[in-house]
Ligand binder design. Structure first.
Ligand code: ATP
Length: 504
């Protein structure tokens, strides 16, 4: 977090006013890093989906984008189930006014399980309450174990809330709607209440018909979009991991029901590979298939791509969910809007005497890879964060060149002897070719070691240095951030070298 602040990746929102819980801003380097992640998603999911790979139907995968509003007709959220059901049951503490997610509250009880008349101590994992309550419980019982609050018989008369002093102050679990509401228009009337979207997906479902009617897309195809979503998370925490305003990148992929499981597996596997391609490889990344009892009633499968964040370790936190949503969403919107949203597929049905097909009408099934760009950016920063006391910058960021906000640095070794002019020319070429994807840093000042150290900390993958030899043989040095190793390279080769490294 301190590196993120110091180098302008992530700042607290409204910091000069003391911040606001659950909201984060991106500084210059963070904004570009996140844009690179969003662009990589857009490139590999919309423009050239799955790197040009064929889908399970043997054809190139087709996807198109949309951009939909944060505020929609509130009926959208009734149809989707968010108004009625986008809830996490919560327990409140009457003494401290604390509010906790019911499924997160645990209690310490004696190892034998029987606390008799004594209090049992509730806590929330990873919060200060955990250690504090553990200490008290051990003092009271000696050997203890931890069980979910939900496993205790109610009322919870003997439970001491995570931050409370007296027992019996926790309320029954209650639903708490996570959607922010607002009132568009001049008349502040509850009847006009609308919501800030809690996910971008519904904007896609409600435009499904318009896209089919106006675009030459045929099933199977996907509609993708990126954008801000809002959830009034009760306990925003772990830096940007759980925020109240965040950005999603979601694809809704529509297919014939009989092919939906094959597409689900295809997307699940591709999404895992995609995160790996950006540098989240190894033991820190897992694909976790949900158990049957974790699935929504309409789903035939859900997997999460999970990353071992420093604050979840040894456990993992969700980066992206890939869900088989069946025909749930389109069916719901058809029911609530009374507009037909089914699809007429001319490639299916009986073969007619003229050799054509009779066609088949059906409600498409949907596979949804739903990624979080803030969690993605955070995972890339955590993965790249490397400590090495032996280097001039003891902390540095091994960011994949495709994601790195600074693509390259061009330095004259000293600010004289014609070196700045050559460096400027080289930088000009790099700006023209790669300036759309990140910064090209030029800095003639300070010792070269200090300049390298600054670049390492910002995650810049390559530094090119013009030195005394450059004038003689037209070579520059290229320094690799991860190894610190330097090679000489012909100045004319620099652009091709960068193009290869940034290829992605
Ligand atoms: P969680 O269980 O962690 O609350 P979720 O399963 O509700 O997440 P989804 O509804 O599947 O999340 O949303 C898709 C993606 O959006 C998540 O994988 C995550 O990357 C991102 N996301 C969801 N909630 C938040 C949040 N509060 N802050 C940042 N990113 C989020």
């Amino acid at each position: 977090m301190s590196l993120c602040k110091r180098r302008g990746f992530i700042f607290q929102a409204s910091e000069i006013y003391g911040g606001i819980n659950g909201f984060w801003d991106y500084g210059p380097l963070g904004a570009q890093l996140k844009k690179n992640l969003r662009d990589a998603w857009w490139q590999d999911m919309i423009l050239n989906p799955c790197w040009g790979r064929k889908g399970p139907d043997g054809e190139r995968v087709t996807c198109v984008p949309v951009e939909t509003c944060i505020i929609q007709n509130p009926k959208v959220w009734e149809a989707s189930g968010h108004v009625g059901g986008f809830n996490d049951p919560m327990v409140d503490d009457r003494e401290t006014k604390g509010r906790y997610r019911y499924d997160h509250v645990m209690v310490y009880v004696p190892e034998s399980g029987d606390a008799g008349d004594k209090p049992v101590f509730a806590y929330v994992g990873d919060q200060p309450s955990e250690a504090k309550q553990k200490k008290k419980a051990e003092k009271t019982f000696g050997a203890i174990k931890s069980v979910p609050l939900s496993s205790l018989a109610r009322p919870w008369d003997r439970v001491i809330g995570p931050d409370a002093e007296k027992p019996g102050t926790l309320t029954e679990p209650r639903m708490f709607n996570l959607m922010f509401d607002t009132i568009p228009g001049a008349i502040r009337d509850e009847a006009n209440k609308a919501y800030l979207r809690p996910e971008t997906a519904q904007g896609v479902f409600v435009q499904f018909k318009n896209v089919v009617d106006t675009t030459r897309v045929r099933i199977p195809f996907g509609i993708g979009n990126t954008g801000r979503s809002f959830r009034n998370e009760v306990t925003p925490r772990n830096f940007t991991f759980r925020s109240r305003e965040f950005e999603q990148a979601e694809l809704e992929f529509f297919c014939h029901p009989s092919e939906s499981v094959a597409w689900y597996k295809f997307w699940r596997d591709f999404r895992m590979e995609w995160w790996k391609s950006l540098g989240l490889a190894g033991e820190n990344l897992i694909l976790r298939e949900h158990d049957k009892d974790e699935l929504s009633h309409y789903s035939q499968g859900t997997s999460d791509v999970e990353y071992r964040f420093p604050f979840t370790a040894p456990g993992f936190g969700e980066l992206e969910g890939i869900a088989h949503r069946g025909d749930y969403d389109l069916t719901q919107h058809q029911k609530h809007s009374k507009i037909k949203l089914d699809y007429f597929d001319t490639t299916r049905g009986e073969v007619l005497p003229n050799g054509g097909k009779k066609g088949e009408r059906y409600m498409p099934h949907c596979i949804e890879p739903a990624a979080g760009l803030d969690r993605g950016a955070l995972a890339l920063i955590c993965e790249g964060y490397t400590k090495d006391e032996s280097r001039p910058s003891p902390e540095f960021l091994k960011l994949h060149p495709r994601i790195a906000p600074i693509k390259a640095a061009v330095f004259p070794l000293v600010d004289k002897d014609g070196m700045p002019e050559i460096a400027e020319k080289l930088a000009d070429g790099l700006f023209k070719r790669f300036g759309h994807s990140g910064f090209i840093e030029t800095d003639p000042k300070q010792s070269i070691g200090k300049r390298y150290a600054r670049m390492d900390e910002a995650g810049c993958p390559y530094c090119f240095t013009v030195d005394g030899q450059t004038k003689e043989d037209q070579t520059v040095t290229v320094r690799d951030r991860d190894t610190g190793k330097q090679d000489r390279m012909n100045i004319d080769k620099v652009e091709a070298f960068m193009a290869e490294k940034l290829g992605g």
